[in-house]
Design a protein around this ligand. Structure first.
Ligand code: NDP
Length: 451
C-alpha cells in the first residue's frame, strides 16, 4: 500500500485534468480531483461551447437576410437575449453534469474547492489535508485586461456569457481569436460593434492573406474595425454610458467594453512556489515534452503550461500523461500541425505553416490560392468571398500549410488536416476527386501557382 492517500491528485476539472484523471483511474490509479468552480473548465463553462452556441444564434441574422434572394419573405424578426442565455446555461449545466459523472464513474474522488500545494506531495483542499504520489496541475488560464485607467469597468469573455441585457453598443478590444469571435457574435445579434486592434491587421501569427481577407470581411460585415488603434482610458458618464478614449484622440460612447486581450496561466495562489515548481516569464508552469515540471512528481497540462492553448491539445496532453505514468505506454503529446479554427463570421480554418513561416524553412515554396463568391451568395446577393490557400514545399511537393476563410472553414480544414498530418503531396491533393458542388472541392482543383 502506498504511503500516500492518492496515487494522483489532479488540480482542475477542465478538459486536460478530466481526461488525465479519468484515463489514469481506468488504469487502476487511485485518483482525486479538486475543482473550485464547475466541472468542464474554460471550454465547457465559459469558452468553446457557449461561444459556439452564441455564434449559431448570431448567424441566424445573416440567414434571414440571405433568404430573400431565394424567394422567402421572412417578415419581422426579434431576438431575445435573456432566452438565449437561459437556454445556453441549461445546456452548459447538462454538459457539466456529464463531466463530473465521467470522473465519478471512473472511480475518482472529487473535492469541490480550491486546492493548494503545501509541499510537493501535500495538498490542502476543502478544509482537509491529503497527500498524493503524483500531482497534475491543470488549472487553465484566465483573461487579462489592458493596463489602462478604467479597466475595471471592462468585461471579458467570462462576463460576456452572462450579461443580463445585450449591449446596444459595444467595443471589443483585441485582434485575436476571442476578439474576432465576439465582434462577430454581437454584430450578428444586432449590437453596434467597434473592434479595436493595436496592430496592422487582426490574427497576428496567421497567414498574411488570411489576415487581410478576414480583416476585409469583418469590415464588410458592418463591424467598425479600427486597426492601429488602441484604448487609452475608460470612464463612466453621468448617464451611465461608458466613454472610451482612443489613441487617435477620438472617444466612443458605448454600453460595454470587452477586453479580448489575451489570457494568462492560472498559477498564482496554488502553492507552486512552496512545492518548488518553476514558472516561465509568462507565469506558466515550465514542462518538458512529457509535461513534467521542474519537480519530478509534479506534472502540468493544458493552458497552465501555455504551449498551444486549445482544448483538444490539453486533452491530448492529459491522455499522454496518463498513458505514460499509469498505462505503461510512454508517449509524448504531439504538437505538430495542430489545426485550429476561429469562429469569426466568416470562419477561419488553418493547419500547418503560413506562407511566411514556410519561406523561412524551405528553399522554395509554391503557393496556390483562390478567392471566389460562395454559390449561396449568387442568389443571396451577400458581398462575401471565400479565400483558400495551399502552401507547398517545392522541394518535396509536400503540402505544408492549408488555410481558409469562409463558411464552415473549421469543418473543412479538419479533413484537410488529416492529409497534412499524413504528409500528403500536392500531387495527392490533385489526384483526389472533388465533391461537387462544394466550396471544399477547390482544395483539390487548385492548378495554377501564384506567380
Ligand atoms: P490572443 O492571444 O489570440 O489575442 C490577444 C489579442 O489582444 C491580440 O490581438 C493582442 O495583440 C491583443 N492585446 C494583447 N494585449 C493587449 C493590450 N494590452 N492592449 C491591447 N491589445 C492587446 O488571445 P485571446 O484572448 O483571443 O485568446 C486566448 C487563446 O485562447 C488563443 O490564443 C487561443 O489559443 C485560445 N482560443 C481558441 C479559440 C478557438 O480555438 N476557436 C477561441 C478562443 C480562444 P497583439 O497581436 O498585438 O499581441
Amino acid at each position: 500500500m502506498s504511503q500516500y492517500d492518492f496515487d494522483l491528485f489532479v488540480i482542475g476539472g477542465g478538459s486536460g485534468g478530466v481526461r488525465a484523471g479519468r484515463i489514469s483511474a481506468g488504469y487502476g490509479a487511485r485518483v482525486a480531483v479538486a475543482e473550485e468552480y464547475r466541472y468542464g473548465g474554460t471550454c465547457v463553462i465559459r469558452g468553446c461551447v457557449p461561444k459556439k452556441l452564441l455564434v449559431y444564434a448570431s448567424e441566424y441574422a445573416h440567414a434571414f437576410e440571405d433568404a430573400a434572394g431565394f424567394g422567402w419573405s421572412v417578415g419581422e424578426t426579434s431576438f431575445d437575449w435573456a432566452k438565449l442565455i437561459a437556454n445556453k446555461d441549461k445546456e452548459i449545466g447538462r454538459l457539466e453534469g456529464i463531466y463530473r459523472r465521467l470522473f465519478e464513474n471512473a472511480g475518482a474522488k472529487t473535492f469541490d474547492g480550491r486546492a493548494k500545494l503545501l509541499d510537493a506531495h501535500t495538498i490542502e483542499v476543502a478544509g482537509q489535508r491529503v497527500s498524493a504520489e503524483t500531482i497534475l496541475i491543470a488549472t487553465g488560464g484566465t483573461p487579462v485586461k489592458p493596463d489602462i485607467p478604467g479597466a475595471e469597468l471592462m468585461i471579458t469573455s467570462n462576463e460576456a456569457f452572462h450579461l443580463p441585457t445585450q449591449p446596444r453598443r459595444i467595443v471589443v478590444i483585441g485582434g485575436g481569436y476571442i476578439a474576432c469571435e465576439f465582434a462577430g457574435i454581437f454584430n450578428g445579434l444586432g449590437s453596434k460593434v467597434t473592434q479595436l486592434y493595436r496592430g496592422e491587421q487582426v490574427l497576428r501569427g496567421f497567414d498574411e492573406d488570411i489576415r487581410n481577407h478576414l480583416g476585409a470581411e469583418i469590415a464588410k460585415s458592418g463591424i467598425d474595425l479600427k486597426l492601429n488603434t488602441d484604448a487609452v482610458k475608460l470612464e463612466k458618464a453621468a448617464n451611465g454610458a461608458l466613454l472610451l478614449h482612443l489613441t487617435d484622440g477620438s472617444m466612443l460612447e458605448v454600453d460595454a467594453v470587452m477586453a479580448a486581450t489575451g489570457r494568462k496561466p492560472n498559477t498564482a495562489g496554488i502553492g507552486l512556489e512552496q512545492a518548488g515548481v518553476a514558472l516561465d516569464k509568462a507565469g506558466a508552469v515550465k514542462v518538458d515534452a512529457w509535461s513534467r515540471s521542474s519537480v519530478p512528481n509534479i506534472y502540468a497540462v493544458g493552458d497552465v503550461t501555455n504551449r498551444i492553448n486549445l482544448t483538444p491539445v490539453a486533452i491530448r496532453e492529459g491522455h499522454a500523461f496518463a498513458d505514460t505514468v499509469y498505462g505503461k505506454k510512454p508517449r509524448q503529446a504531439d504538437h505538430a500541425d495542430v489545426p485550429s479554427a476561429v469562429f469569426s463570421q466568416p470562419n477561419v480554418g488553418s493547419v500547418g505553416l503560413s506562407e511566411a513561416d514556410a519561406r523561412k524553412q524551405f528553399a522554395s515554396v509554391d503557393i496556390y490560392r483562390t478567392s471566389f463568391k460562395p454559390m449561396r451568395h449568387t442568389l443571396s446577393g451577400r458581398d462575401e468571398k471565400i479565400l483558400m490557400k495551399l502552401v507547398v514545399d517545392a522541394g518535396t511537393d509536400r503540402v505544408v500549410g492549408a488555410h481558409m476563410v469562409g463558411p464552415e472553414a473549421g469543418e473543412i480544414i479538419q479533413g484537410i488536416a488529416i492529409a497534412i498530418k499524413a504528409k500528403a503531396t500536392k500531387a495527392d491533393f490533385d489526384a483526389t476527386v472533388g465533391i461537387h458542388p462544394t466550396a471544399a472541392e477547390e482544395f483539390v482543383t487548385l492548378r495554377e501557382k501564384v506567380k
